[in-house]
Design a protein around this ligand. Structure first.
Ligand SMILES: [Zn+2]
Length: 140
């Protein structure tokens, strides 16, 4: 017979930490939600609370030229207390790897310095912010 016991909060956090790209940054919010951000620059954001887990693609939105705001794009959210542990682990793994793929697909290689950078560090499709400042005289 299949074991329908759900995962524990602690095991879920361990599992998420194991699956996320490193380094993993962990933050506890006032309402008890744990927010784990994997990758540097960030790639995936996972939020875990008493009964829900959500997996999102890391994204940045600019509130003015100097104010980057983390603006996660949620892929999935489900109640981990209702699912058997094995299914929760499988789902978390699957969505984390999709989020990593989606995020990395947005990275662009700068034509000036040749570095691959996330979209929020690019001026446009071809030139990154630091090269734009150095070579094109663009200031922020
Ligand atoms: Zn560059």
């Amino acid at each position: 017979m299949q074991d329908l016991t759900s995962i524990t909060h602690e095991t879920l956090l361990l599992e998420v930490r194991k699956q996320l790209p490193h380094p993993v940054d962990t933050e506890s919010q006032l309402d008890g939600t744990i927010v784990l951000t994997g990758g540097k620059p960030g790639e995936v954001i996972v939020r875990v609370n008493d009964d829900e887990v959500s997996i999102a693609v890391f994204a940045i939105r600019w509130d003015g030229p100097h104010t980057p705001v983390v603006n996660p794009r949620e892929l999935a959210k489900f109640n981990w207390k209702l699912l058997p542990a094995s299914q929760t682990i499988e789902a978390v793994q699957g969505f984390i790897s999709s989020a990593v793929q989606l995020r990395r697909a947005e990275y662009r290689q700068c034509e000036k310095c040749g570095e691959t950078k996330p979209p929020e560090w690019m001026l446009d499709k071809w030139v990154c912010h630091s090269c734009a400042e150095q070579h094109l005289g663009v200031t922020y």
